[in-house]
Design a binder for this molecule. Structure first.
Ligand SMILES: Nc1ncnc2c1ncn2[C@@H]1O[C@H](COP(=O)(O)OP(=O)(O)OP(=O)(O)O)[C@@H](O)[C@H]1O
Ligand SMILES: [Mg+2]
Length: 245
């Protein structure tokens, strides 16, 4: 079977108690580029990341990475298979330095990496994320924006082809957003595939090659930013009654 899709989700479903959070979701992500996952609060975006990365097990459906079925595999095996994720809550180790935080990320699940390989990926990742100058600063002493970029550096440090980023740009100001945009495009240029959860639709429009729109656990549309943003019902769903003004 052809594997032009890096990630393929078929019939994915998940309920919590009686609450259906993801319903029969089909989504195929091509290799390379940025796909943004948008949708209102509670749409199921983070749950979808949890299902892909093994933090949750789907009730039904399959998750395939480059054609290989990884459904139900635990997070460390999913990571080893080539998927890295960031979390909405940044999960840095506050008493450790930036370098130590990034080194730990370079370390875990990566298999047989030597110490010098880990240091090299940590160094490169900090450079890419623009936090090399903060290497010896304790995470607790970082600004909010710096924490976001260190979290990104931790993801970059892992040798994963598919990056799932959960609201990495939320709360960033204009200059930081431009920096974020440049970092993500550079990751794509080096051959990574990025799946991005983002609420700021200006960023989504600028950064995305494809946009997937989720509402109530169902995929409403998947297409180019122009296609998705042309759909009035999506704006109405996303912005509620204030839409299209
Ligand atoms: N572990 C859980 N147990 C029970 N319900 C959950 C659990 N995780 C998520 N939910 C519910 O699933 C729904 C989807 O949540 P999810 O966090 O995936 O939304 P989201 O699209 O990421 O929203 P946001 O944009 O606010 O981050 C919500 O109604 C949430 O309350
Ligand atoms: Mg979420």
């Amino acid at each position: 079977m052809a594997t032009e899709h890096i990630l393929e989700l078929t019939g994915l479903s998940k309920s919590f108690g009686g609450n259906r959070v993801i319903t029969a979701l089909d989504l195929a992500i091509s290799r390379g580029g940025v796909t943004s996952l948008v949708g209102p609060n509670g749409a199921g975006k983070t749950t979808l990341f949890d299902l892909v990365t093994g933090f949750l097990t789907p009730d039904a459906g399959r998750v395939r990475l480059l054609g290989r079925d990884i459904t139900g595999k635990p997070p460390h095996l999913v990571a080893r298979a080539g998927i890295v994720r960031t979390f909405q809550s940044l999960r840095l180790f506050s008493s450790l330095t930036v370098l130590e935080n990034v080194l730990l990320a370079a370390d875990s699940e990566a298999g047989m990496r030597s110490s010098s390989e880990r240091h090299e990926s940590a160094r490169v990742a900090m450079e890419r994320a623009g936090v090399a100058g903060l290497a010896d600063v304790r995470a607790a002493d970082l600004s909010f924006a710096e924490q976001k970029f260190v979290s990104l550096a931790r993801a970059i440090a892992k040798p994963a082809g598919l990056m799932l980023l959960d609201e990495p740009a939320s709360g960033l100001d204009g200059p930081s957003l431009r920096r974020f945009h440049a970092i993500v495009r550079a990751l794509v240029d080096e051959g990574r595939t990025v799946l991005l959860i983002e609420h700021n639709l200006d960023i989504v429009r600028q950064i995305s090659d494809r946009v997937a729109f989720l509402n109530n656990g169902r995929l409403l549309a998947h297409g180019t930013p122009d296609e998705i943003f042309a759909m009035e019902e999506l704006a109405a769903l996303y912005f509620g009654d204030d839409a299209a003004t």
